[in-house]
Design a protein around this ligand. Structure first.
Ligand SMILES: [Ca+2]
Ligand SMILES: [Ca+2]
Ligand SMILES: [Ca+2]
Length: 317
């Protein structure tokens, strides 16, 4: 999947999430005429209005995000609107004035090069609309015998995606936490075992209230066999222990009737991971779309934090 398709796919996820939230108060679309000057597309409601359909009709025609990138031609046919116009409006919505995507460039995270299009921020450069709280550093002796230090970063306002979080972890002198044993995974999870660290989907909408938690340090290099191939820790440690979420369908912590076993490379592109994937905070992992949480993106899709791991005491100096 190329970058622009990834971008379309991600924006689509955001739009569906937004539409789910707005569904209760969705307005009837305004009539528009062909001669009107093009208006700025700032929400899915604007796109629906410009097409002369309701928001619910539009999101319904675009279909389920879990099935991949939207097929604009198919959606246009369902809505009986012009396919080119639909795609153009959706692209306008995608590239709003607060978009911070750049041309592709190489970002080195803990010695690994990633070709990315996102703006990175050091701690000193973080925009004022990203509000965060760095939690007290916790020490733990991992079963391998080494002492490690962990710092939870709670991002209360504003978004950061996995790469932007990894960049900050590196800037702090560590890496996104890498779980090499059940003991370490349990210890670290308890630091974020609180709903405030998880972003829950609307219970009545897509994903049945599934929660996505803080970022961890696993990623798939480009070209890995999906969905489980190639997973690597930013720390360089061996990928042996895993704790991917498994489908339960128990109606309590897994209310999603679909098989939500992870990793599933949903939406055809999930090369990063973190805690989550069930209806309460859980120490299991899910693979996630790597643009989720990108700073400056529209929509309610939100990530509330990440965990930094240090191999030497960051409070020592
Ligand atoms: Ca570790
Ligand atoms: Ca399920
Ligand atoms: Ca997934």
């Amino acid at each position: 999947m190329n970058n622009s398709m990834k971008k379309i796919s991600m924006v689509f996820l955001l739009l569906i999430a937004a539409a789910t939230i707005y569904a209760g108060g969705a307005k009837e679309a305004n009539e528009t005429t062909a001669n009107e000057a093009p208006a700025a597309m700032t929400s899915i409601d604007d796109v629906a209005a410009a097409l002369g359909v309701t928001t619910q009709e539009l999101t319904g025609a675009l279909g389920k995000p879990s099935l991949g990138a939207p097929n604009f031609a198919e959606a246009a046919e369902k809505l009986d609107v012009d396919a080119e116009k639909l795609e153009k409006l959706m692209m306008q919505l995608m590239g709003g004035e607060d978009s911070v995507e750049l041309d592709p460039y190489i970002v080195t995270l803990n010695g690994v090069d990633f070709e990315l299009t996102y703006k990175m921020f050091s701690w000193d450069e973080l925009p004022a609309d990203v509000e965060y709280e760095r939690q007290p550093i916790q020490e733990f002796t991992i079963p391998e015998g080494d002492v490690r230090w962990y710092e939870v970063v709670y991002v209360s306002t504003g978004n950061l995606n996995w790469y932007q979080a990894a960049y900050l972890a590196q800037d702090a002198g560590g890496y996104l936490a890498c779980m090499t044993s059940e003991e370490e995974n349990s210890f670290v999870f308890e630091l974020v075992n609180d709903r405030k660290y998880f972003s829950f989907f609307d219970e009545n909408g897509q994903h049945y209230g599934i929660g996505i938690g803080p970022f961890l340090g696993g990623y798939q290099p480009e070209g890995s066999v999906e969905p489980a191939g190639g997973w690597t820790w930013l720390s360089g440690e061996a990928w042996e222990y895993t704790n991917w979420a498994q489908n339960l369908d128990d109606g309590v912590i897994d209310k999603d009737p679909r098989d939500n076993t992870q990793p599933n490379n949903s939406a055809d592109g999930q090369p990063i991971m973190g805690f989550g994937e069930l209806n309460v905070p859980v120490p299991t992992w899910g693979d996630y779309t790597d643009s989720v949480g990108t700073y400056g993106t529209r929509g309610p899709t939100k990530r509330y934090g990440f965990i930094i791991e240090y191999e030497s005491d960051p409070t020592a100096n």
